[in-house]
Each structure stands twice: as C-alpha cells, then as structure tokens.
Design a protein around this ligand. Structure first.
Ligand code: CA
Length: 370
C-alpha cells in the first residue's frame, strides 16, 4: 500500500482527513509505504473486568482501531484486570515493561504523585466536555506527559464516563453525621475528601466491590453509573443510589505506553495510536450517555431507591475539597504547580459554561413543552 493509499485508509477509518496529535491538528506527511512497516504485537493490561463493555470497551476500541488502520500489522491484545497484573498495577506493569501499554485511570496512582489525580477527575472539578478542553486545548496533555515522563510513560485520554453517580449505600444518608464511621469503596481524592467527612475509605478494583458490599465488609461503594453498576450487581448489595458523583464529574480514562516501546514505533504507528485513543475517548462517552438513562430506569423499576445528596453534604464536601487542595498545595510544590494551572482553567471555563451550557440546561432539562 503506497503512501497516498495509507492516508486514504486512515481518513476512511477515522472519519477525519487529518491526524490529531497532542491536541493540535496536524497534517504530517507520512513518508513510508505500509509494505515497509513492521509487524508489531503488543499487550495491553487494563484495570477493568471484561464484563464492562463500556469501560473495557474503551481499551478494546483502541486495539481495534489500531489494527484496522494498520491493516492488521500493528496488533494490541487487551487483557482484563488480573490476567497479567492486578487492576491497580497497570502503571507499574507499563513502567517496568511487563506490558507495552495499559488502559487505566491516573487517579489510581496518586500515592506515587498526587498531581496525577487531575488526569482523571477530581472532586468538584471538570465535566467530560471541560476535561477534554483542558486536555486538548488547555495545557492538560502537556502537563500529564511531563508527570508521566518520571515513570518512563506517555499517556493519552481514551475514554470518559461523563458525570458519575454518587454511589450505593446500604442505609440512607442525609447529614454529614450520617457519613461518620461508614466504610466506603471510593478511590482518589474523592476518598480523601470522604475521609475528612468521617468515612473510612478503601480502594478496591471493580471486580471485588460487589462481594465486599454484599457481605457488609463495606457500607457503601461507588463505581461508575447505572449501566456499569448494574453489571457489577451493586444494586443487589445496597438499596440507596445517590447522585451526583461530585468527586467524579468527568473522569478521563487513559492509555499508558512505555516510553521505550513508544519510541520504537514508526511515526505512522504513533499517529495511528493517537487517533485511536481520540476515537476511544469520544466513543466511550457517547456510549455511556446513550445507555445510562435506560439502565437507571431499569434499576428503579427493580427497587433501587434514588436519592440526591443533601445540600448540607454537598456544601460540606465542597468546603472540605478545597481545604484539601490548599493543604496539598502548601505541602507539595509539584502538586501546587498543576493545581494552580488547573484552577485557573476551571474558573474560566465554569464562567463560560454558566453562560452557555448551564443557562440552557437549567431551563430546558426541567421544562417540557407538553
Ligand atoms: Ca467512580
């Protein structure tokens, strides 16, 4: 396949005529024909059970698109959590070269560098749309690449769930004091804020949540949203389903690639990989938005009790969140640098989205013409 044909093949496969790199659309010349490109076989470990078609599907989408766009010459096989390494060990496996790449969430690794949380989602942070704006045109991708260079990794957004749900509770919680002493599965900074509100927090991989909740080892658990939570069976282990997931307003999932392996790839494969990640990023969000409404209706019909977080809890959580950020910033200059950049971006986009998105949604979502 000659150069022009390869470009046409890519354009057809992705629906775009240009290749996107690092948030900036480029029209790089591809100088080699595919006959001279090598056969490459990679493994991708993930943080997800295979049963989650949406989130594991994000990993699968990257692999499928890469294979399709290279005419099967660059193949990546995705593995579920536990098949190669545990769901929370993806970064280590990619860093050490156990696998070439992984599909995971950066906030699982805040113990290694707390600023990694901004790559996924942080409490009272950015929605999916805002998160994409930060990543692709707000300096986010460059920040994450800098953070991950310490781990010999390069990462790209490759999925988003949209605003998540606020978790499953075995008992109703109305006040901050109701949270005190509860044991909850909640990772990342959401977990840190919950600790400030008196919750004992745990991080469990998705596949282990149901049993812990069902057996009463934990009192509450959050995962993603109706479609995924039902697949994990969480509605069978707890009755009350809270919203919104204020700690995860637009979590970005990502592909991580070992930098040595990345540098070995021909430029064409790097560009194809980036395009596949873009596509997975958009596709997962669309899939969640299309599926979650029906899944929620089914859960409610099956006896799930939907509850909004009270204003008291939301206000206390927001206050605790920004106290937590300020504390972190005062202790950790690395965190402070990312936080301050992110906070400026957040303030600006919140103002803009209050004018356009929120004003539209507030009236329209709540007012039927009939
Ligand atoms: Ca979650």
């Amino acid at each position: 396949m000659k150069r022009r044909k390869l470009i046409n093949h890519i354009a057809t496969a992705t629906g775009v005529a240009t290749l996107a790199a690092c948030g900036k659309t480029t029209t790089q010349t591809i100088s080699t024909d595919t006959d001279s490109l090598p056969s490459v076989k990679w493994k991708m470990t993930t943080s997800w059970p295979r049963s989650l078609d949406t989130i594991f599907g994000g990993a699968q989408a990257v692999c499928d698109r890469v294979a399709a766009m290279t005419n099967g010459k660059f193949t990546i096989t995705p593995y579920s959590a536990g098949e190669i390494v545990g769901g929370l060990e993806v970064l280590d496996a990619v860093q050490q070269g156990t696998v070439q790449c992984g599909h995971t969430a950066s906030y699982y690794y805040v113990g290694k560098n707390s600023a990694l949380a901004f790559g996924t989602s942080v409490p009272f942070g950015l929605t999916a749309q805002q998160q994409n704006a930060w990543y692709y045109h707000g300096g986010g991708l460059e920040i994450m690449h800098k953070l991950y260079s310490d781990f010999n990794i390069i990462s790209f957004p490759a999925g988003n769930s949209g605003v998540q749900m606020g978790g499953w509770f075995r008992q109703e919680i109305n006040t901050v004091s109701d949270l005190n002493g509860l044991s909850m599965r909640i990772p990342g900074f959401g977990g840190e804020v919950m600790k400030k509100l008196g919750v004992n927090t745990q991080v469990l991989p998705g596949g282990e949540i149901y049993l812990a909740l069902e057996r009463g080892a934990i009192d509450a658990a959050e995962w993603v949203g109706p479609h995924d939570d039902e697949k994990l069976g969480l509605h069978k282990a707890a009755k009350y389903y809270y919203y919104p997931g204020w700690w995860e307003p637009g979590p970005t999932f990502e592909v991580q690639v070992n930098l040595n392996e990345w540098k070995k790839l021909p430029k064409e494969y790097q560009e194809i990989f980036k395009s596949a990640a873009y596509q997975a990023n958009i596709n997962m969000l669309a899939q969640y938005d299309a599926l979650n409404g029906a899944a929620l209706a089914k859960l409610i019909a099956g006896g799930t009790e939907l509850r909004p977080y009270s204003q008291e809890i939301l206000q206390a959580a927001q206050k605790a969140t920004f106290e937590f950020y300020e504390e972190k910033a005062s202790q950790d200059s690395n965190f402070k640098e990312v936080y301050q950049q992110w906070k400026r971006f957040r303030e600006q986009i919140y103002k803009w989205n209050t004018i356009n998105e929120l004003s539209f949604a507030q009236f329209t979502f709540n007012n039927s013409p009939n």
